[in-house]
Every structure is written in C-alpha cells, then in structure tokens.
Design a protein around this ligand. Structure first.
Ligand code: MG
Length: 352
C-alpha cells in the first residue's frame, strides 16, 4: 500500500453560516440585518465533532479568513488524535496567531468530539451539575422607544433583561424599558461613555432604576479612569472589551468587580475555563456572554454556566434561522441538554 492510500487520522473542515436577525441589531459598535459565523467540523473514527464561533469585526476577524486558516491546519489534523485535544489545541495555538473565533470554533468541535467519544455531555465530562446554571438575561438593543417597548413585552418570559446603552439616547431607552417592566436590569454601555464624570452621572442615575450591574462604561484602555468610577458608585462594574484573554485578567482585576467572558473572544472553551479559574482567584464575579450565533455556539458556552454567577447567553434567540436545537431557557434558567458532547441536534428541515 502506497502512502497516498493511508487514511488521515482525523479531518477538519470549515464553512460560514449566515444567520438572519429577527430585529436589526444596534449597539454602539454596529447595526446589522444578519451575521456570519464560522462552523468547524472535526471527524475521526466515525465520530463527528462540530463547533461554531462568531468572528469579531472589532478584532479584524472574518469567516472567510477562518476558512483559510482551517484549510492550512488540515495536515496537522491528518496526523492527530482528537482524543488528545489538549495537546492538539496547543499545536493549533502555536500555529495560528490571533483569529480567536476561528480557534474557538476548532476548540468547540474538539470538545464535542471528545465528549461524544466518551458518550457523555460536556458538562458531565467536566464534573459539573447542570442544575447550578444561573438565570440568563435577554438583551434589548438600542432602538426607538416604541421598538424597545415592544421588545421588552416580547421578552416577558425572561426574569432579567440586559439593556444596551451608550449612545446619546440613554434616558429615552431606560424610560421606555421602565414604562413596560419593573424587572431587575443589567446595563451594557459597550465603551459608550467617554469621561469619568459622564459615567458617574449615568451610573448614579441607573442605581435609582433597579439596575444591578454595569458593563464596560468606558473605552477598553481607560482602566485607571474605570477605577475612579468604581470608588464613587455602588453598582458593580464588569469588564467586557477591557478583558479578552486569560493574560488580561491580572491587569484589569484592580479596576473591576467582575468580568464578562466570551468563548468567541477568548479563543475557545479551554481559554474561557482558564479565565473563569483566574477570575475566581482574583476575586472577580464571572459572567459568560456571547455573540449573535446559532444554538451550537450558545450551547457550547452554556456548558460553562454551572461555574458562573451571571449568564448572558441569548445570541441564538436573536436569529430566525437557527439550524440547531440545544440549550433551552425555562423560566429564564438555562437548561443544558443531556445528549453527548455539546448536545445539539439539527432541527428538522435545517440545511446540512
Ligand atoms: Mg458587553
């Protein structure tokens, strides 16, 4: 038998997924009708692992670039055993600079493969109790008062809402929300406020409106300024854009009360797990958030939810063509599937 006839030990492939949004989604950063995510498949020994992550435009990532990167990793995977996924991920990280969402999609596909191989759900492979999963928020994007009021009514099933602010109409947004509901709120400014004084004024005002935490009030680099705010307000301040990867945590910890960890920006479940452990050691509260994506990426991130204080895992609820069925939300609480691996299945009629 010649070399050409030797079957690869594993194969890897990638494609983009176009996800259509239910509502045009506006934050400080962008406004859009659809999103493109990167889907990765790892196959070996008759087992197929699948992963997904959302390339983040802010960090110059795209699904097209991710597909090219995965193409270049085919020789590595042809020679690799995915049950040794920790070593394989080290090799992927050594080869690929940046491209955190691409690495996240690969990491999820490998975790899915490994847990399917063992025949257990990922949360069980990690020794977690799925009943420990917290409530998840439903996010309301920046919009006109009328649309915000409608979105708040549509989110009746969620006991906690996350409100996006940071443009010039914060008062209008909050008034519209409060005209519809008395629920506890979490607010994300997405770096939208530009000075310490503005942020303190806004946070003190939000403290009177039943808001339990504020995410990223100032631009990512303004750490000492965020520390100033923290001394002068009661509300816990969470980092999102200020904290991307494990190595950022010791640097940002003195200036924040908590951190919003995202699998897509961290570079996968393993990186996110490292961040959770580091945040705990640094006495920070932990939120796991998400990008707009299908139930594949959201269910993968939700596997971490028994370890965290706050979940913001609603990115799959913002799209109208989700190909997968996975984590569910029951009375606002995340319910992890009992199927092996990440635990998603294709919905009937979904394109393969
Ligand atoms: Mg955020």
């Amino acid at each position: 038998m010649g070399l050409a006839a030797v079957a690869p030990r594993s194969t890897i492939s990638a494609r983009s997924m176009r996800l259509d949004l239910v509502n045009t989604w506006t934050t400080v950063m962008s406004s859009s009708e659809y999103r493109e995510t990167l889907a990765v498949t790892v196959a070996s020994g008759g087992i197929i692992g699948i992963g997904e992550a959302a390339p983040i435009v802010r960090y110059n990532e795209s699904a097209a670039a991710g597909i090219q990167i995965v193409e270049g990793l085919k020789p590595l995977f042809a020679d690799a055993d995915p049950s040794q996924y920790a070593k394989l991920l080290d090799q992927v990280f050594a080869k690929v600079d940046g491209a955190w969402a691409t690495k996240a999609a690969i990491d999820i596909a490998l975790h899915d493969w490994a847990a399917k191989r063992l025949g257990v759900p990922l949360w069980k492979m990690w020794g977690l109790d799925r009943n420990d999963a917290p409530l998840t928020t439903f996010s309301i994007g920046i919009d006109t008062a009328e649309v915000i009021r409608r979105k708040v009514r549509e989110a009746a099933a969620f006991p906690v809402l996350k409100i996006k602010v940071g443009l010039t109409n914060d008062e209008e947004v909050m008034e519209a929300v409060r005209a519809e509901t008395k629920k506890p709120l979490r607010v994300d400014a997405n770096e939208g406020w530009k000075s310490v004084d503005e942020a303190i004024r806004k946070i003190k005002w939000l403290e009177k409106q039943g808001v339990e935490l504020i995410e990223q009030p100032l631009p990512a680099a303004m750490l000492t300024e965020t520390g100033e705010i923290r001394k002068r307000v009661e509300m816990p301040i969470f980092a999102d854009e200020s904290c991307l990867h494990p190595e950022d945590l010791p640097r940002i910890a003195p200036y924040f009360d908590g951190v919003n960890i995202k699998v897509d920006k961290a570079g996968g479940l393993r990186q996110a797990m490292r961040m959770i452990e580091m945040a705990r050691a640094l006495n920070l509260k932990v939120m796991v958030g998400c990008m707009v994506s299908s139930s594949l990426a959201i269910t993968a991130a939700a596997q971490l939810s028994p370890l965290i204080d706050f979940a913001d895992l609603d990115g799959n609820l913002l799209i109208r063509n989700d190909p997968y069925d996975g984590v569910r939300v029951l009375n606002g609480k995340l319910v992890l599937p009992s199927r092996p691996g990440v635990g998603v299945i294709l919905r009937a009629g979904a394109p393969r």
